[in-house]
Design a protein around this ligand. Structure first.
Ligand SMILES: Cc1cc2nc3c(=O)[nH]c(=O)nc-3n(C[C@H](O)[C@H](O)[C@H](O)COP(=O)(O)OP(=O)(O)OC[C@H]3O[C@@H](n4cnc5c(N)ncnc54)[C@H](O)[C@@H]3O)c2cc1C
Length: 381
């Protein structure tokens, strides 16, 4: 691996940093407080090439390699992980599923606008009674001539209300387990679809995650993604890219927590000295720096492996697991350094701390990733 940035990478990161500082930072506290996804900011990202990621240029993407893409996501997430998430919609679970399994028509209709920054998209997998155990989903699809009829409820679906299209999963045969699951591309305006974001969430507030109810929704057979029974494979192969993005968001957030904690520790005085002069505080700063460098290396190594054309299942699991656990520890220490002021909305650190917790849950909980890594290591997979 070459750790020097290319000229192109430097230019992309400069642009991303400027965008984050000038267009996102002044507004993030307000839209986080209001639990509102800032479409007006997102819409500025497409024309700058910040939503195209690894999607090839012929499908409206930026054609980046995974390493450049991961660096860009880290940069955005250091200011706002939700806008970094928006930049990853095309290269993450939604877009990659269509790139790999979509027909040419589906790529033109769904992927191209998403890569050009004309999303949002929602990826609707989780159900009330299960998140981790995807194969036991209950949402049903029944074939009816040249349509399918979908019934069921999905929960915790990010961007549920503002999505311009939705990728969802339903089973044609519950007895078939994972082999019955099939993927569909939904028009949110279809009859029988209702969507409602949950309110007063602890973290991820601007992502407007909520409930998607499918009540006798008729979906044309041409909107099925992949073959019947291929849905589980589609979901699981796409999450590999999604996990890399989540891990990169965690690295950006670790960097931000470190910066906020450092600034605060240098200016806050107790007993006649800045708290930064105390060894107990310095020890926390050291742990944060080590966590940042280690998580960043794991993410870049997973990205490098994907760029080399190899599958990176264990690598993306390790990166996501490590980076999100490290982020939680770092955010906790950064909050502690802020003392009572960490509790104030006027200080930014609280938002990172609230969001950090759920990085350990999304795109496969960390318990699931621990199991996966062990199974790869033991040769059980
Ligand atoms: C902010 C936010 C946004 C989200 N956005 C989306 C979205 O856009 N689309 C979507 O489909 N979903 C989304 N989710 C849902 C998320 O993917 C699920 O929450 C996640 O998969 C975990 O599922 P669960 O909450 O049902 O937990 P469960 O699967 O019920 O697990 C509960 C606990 O048990 C542990 N556990 C489960 N199985 C095992 C096991 N075999 N061994 C050991 N421990 C185990 C888990 O790690 C967890 O700690 C979102 C969630 C959040 C919080």
């Amino acid at each position: 691996m070459d750790f020097n940035l290319t000229e192109e990478q430097t230019a992309i990161l400069d642009l991303t940093r400027r965008f984050a500082r000038e267009r996102i930072k002044p507004h993030v506290r307000e839209y986080d407080r209001d639990e509102r996804f800032p479409l007006e900011i997102y819409e500025q990202m497409g024309p700058l090439g910040l939503t195209g990621g690894v999607i090839p240029e012929e499908y409206g993407g930026a054609g980046m390699d995974y390493q450049t893409y991961a660096l860009m996501i880290m940069e955005l997430a250091s200011t706002c992980q939700v806008m970094a998430c928006a930049a990853s919609w095309a290269s993450g679970v939604g877009g990659i599923s269509v790139l790999r399994y979509g027909t040419e028509e589906q790529k033109k209709e769904f992927l191209v606008p998403l890569a050009q920054g004309r999303g949002p998209v929602a990826f609707a997998l989780t159900e009330t009674h299960t998140g981790s155990d995807v194969a036991s989903m209950r949402t049903r699809a029944v074939r009816d001539g040249d349509h399918y009829v979908l019934n069921g409820t999905k929960v915790w679906i990010s961007m549920v209300a503002k999505a311009r299209w939705i990728i969802t999963f339903a089973t044609l045969d519950p007895a078939a387990g994972r082999k019955g699951i099939t993927a569909f591309l939904l028009d949110p305006a279809s009859a029988g679809i209702s969507r409602s974001p949950f309110k007063n969430k602890v973290g991820f507030r601007p992502l407007e995650s909520g409930e998607l109810v499918l009540d006798n929704v008729r979906v044309p057979a041409s909107s099925r993604l992949g073959a019947e029974g291929e849905g589980f494979k589609i979901a699981m192969s796409s999450v590999e890219s999604g996990r890399l993005s989540v891990a990169a968001r965690c690295v950006g957030m670790i960097g931000a927590c470190l910066e906020l904690a450092t600034e605060y520790a240098k200016t806050r005085e107790t007993f006649g000295q800045p708290i930064a002069r105390r060894q107990l505080i310095q020890s926390k700063i050291t742990d944060m720096r080590v966590a940042y460098e280690t998580a960043r290396l794991l993410v870049l190594q997973a990205a490098w492996k994907k760029d080399s054309g190899d599958r990176a299942r264990a690598d993306t699991s390790m990166a996501k697991l490590y980076a999100s656990d490290a982020l939680m520890r770092v955010a906790e220490d950064a909050m502690q350094i802020h003392g009572a002021y960490g509790c104030s909305d006027e200080y930014e650190i609280g938002r990172y701390w609230r969001d950090a917790k759920f990085m350990q849950t999304i795109e496969g909980s960390n318990e699931i990733h621990r199991g996966l890594v062990a199974e790869y290591e033991l040769g059980y997979r």
